[in-house]
Ligand binder design. Structure first.
Ligand code: KG4
Ligand code: ZN
Length: 331
């Protein structure tokens, strides 16, 4: 069995192939980073135009590198939400045309669940029941995963996503885009204790919810207040900000594991490639006697492999082509 996974929800045009054992045979990602960089963020119209330009080449390469022919495919999985509607539309239309021409099932994948399945790329160890933290540019959410495709949302951010906070803080410090890797690099040479930022915690409503907009503003104010001060160290500021984000993510994740008596934690999403977050999670998991799963960094940011693997776990014999699949901006 061969399943092709297609991902075009934001600014990566990606395709991958897995076999029946859910082994990854190919994984092709065309990043539009250079195109959007001058604008300091993703320009939706440019994103969809460039998906359209690249999608056939990327799929062709994924099929070739997997050592198969298009006609060998048994199903196609594609991200259909959440994301930029124009971008999703390119992936969905291409997937529909291919599935129709090959007369094989089309499987719609929720991008957020796709991120969770990045933990199953070339790794079929049992991880459920588990608590999954998805930290990306658009989402910061915790899920209770009872089993495959049995996920319930426990909490999410009430304002900015963690990745969004990294990007905005980086922009306000004139470091560039995308902010995550740049802040991480800056923070490496900084003292996380030099600037202490509180971690937002809710008294009302869901206590496991996240908030990063107050922190973002606090970092911005500190930057503006100190920028002309002698010996002001930008590395320290980056480290202080990163520590606050990491502390919040670790605290809420382990509190939910405790609350639901879960022994397994799954990280995913672009921010999960942050070394400081990975180390802090690992340390806490060891202390608490929990298992921590975290995909290799290349599978944390958007990719086709996670969509192909999620498709493989969703695929059932006798499945039909989903004609009605439509893009959706919301989760
Ligand atoms: O999952 P992803 O590739 O796309 C979305 O679904 O949003 O995540 C992109 C986000 C960006 O906000 C980026 O700044 C952040 O992940 N990111 C990082 C790191 N690498 C990427 N954040 C912190 N540390 C990193 N090393
Ligand atoms: Zn993503």
């Amino acid at each position: 069995m061969y399943i092709l996974g297609i991902e075009t929800s934001c600014d990566e045009t990606a395709a991958a192939v897995v076999n029946g054992k859910k082994e990854l045979l190919s994984n092709v990602v065309f990043s539009q980073l250079k195109i959007h960089k001058p604008y300091g963020g993703v320009v939706p119209e440019f994103a969809s135009r460039n998906h359209l330009k690249k999608i056939n080449t990327v799929i062709g390469q994924a099929i070739r590198e997997a050592g198969i022919k298009l006609s060998d495919l048994n199903a196609i999985s594609v991200t259909y939400k959440p994301g930029l509607v124009g971008s999703l539309l390119i992936g969905i239309s291409t997937a529909k045309a291919l599935a129709y021409a090959l007369n094989i099932p089309l499987i719609g994948i929720n991008h957020i669940y796709g991120h969770i399945y990045a933990n199953y790329v070339n790794d079929n160890r049992k991880k459920f029941p588990g608590i999954a933290l998805v930290v990306s540019g658009g989402h910061t959410s915790l899920f209770l995963c009872r089993g495959h495709n049995k996920f319930s949302l426990l909490s999410q951010t009430r304002d900015d996503a963690a990745g969004e906070a990294f990007d905005k803080v980086s922009k306000s410090m004139n470091l560039g885009y995308p902010g995550g890797p740049l802040i991480e690099k800056m923070a490496k040479a900084g003292d996380p204790g030099a600037f202490k930022f509180p971690s937002a915690r809710f008294k009302k409503g869901n206590k496991l919810d996240f908030s990063f907009s107050g922190l973002k503003t606090a970092v911005w104010c500190t930057y503006n207040k100190n920028i002309n001060v002698k010996n002001f160290n930008l590395h320290d500021l980056a480290a202080g900000f990163q520590k606050s984000v990491v502390d919040t993510l670790v605290r809420n994740t382990f509190e939910s594991a405790n609350r639901y008596k879960i022994k397994s934690i799954l990280l995913s999403g672009g921010v999960a490639s942050n070394s400081s977050l990975r180390e802090a999670m690992q340390e806490k998991a060891k202390k608490e006697g929990l298992d921590l799963f975290c995909p290799p960094k290349e599978f944390c940011t958007d990719n086709g492999a996670m969509v192909a693997v999620a498709g493989a776990y969703k695929f059932k014999k006798g499945m039909k082509f989903e004609f009605g699949l439509e893009p959706d901006a919301a989760f």
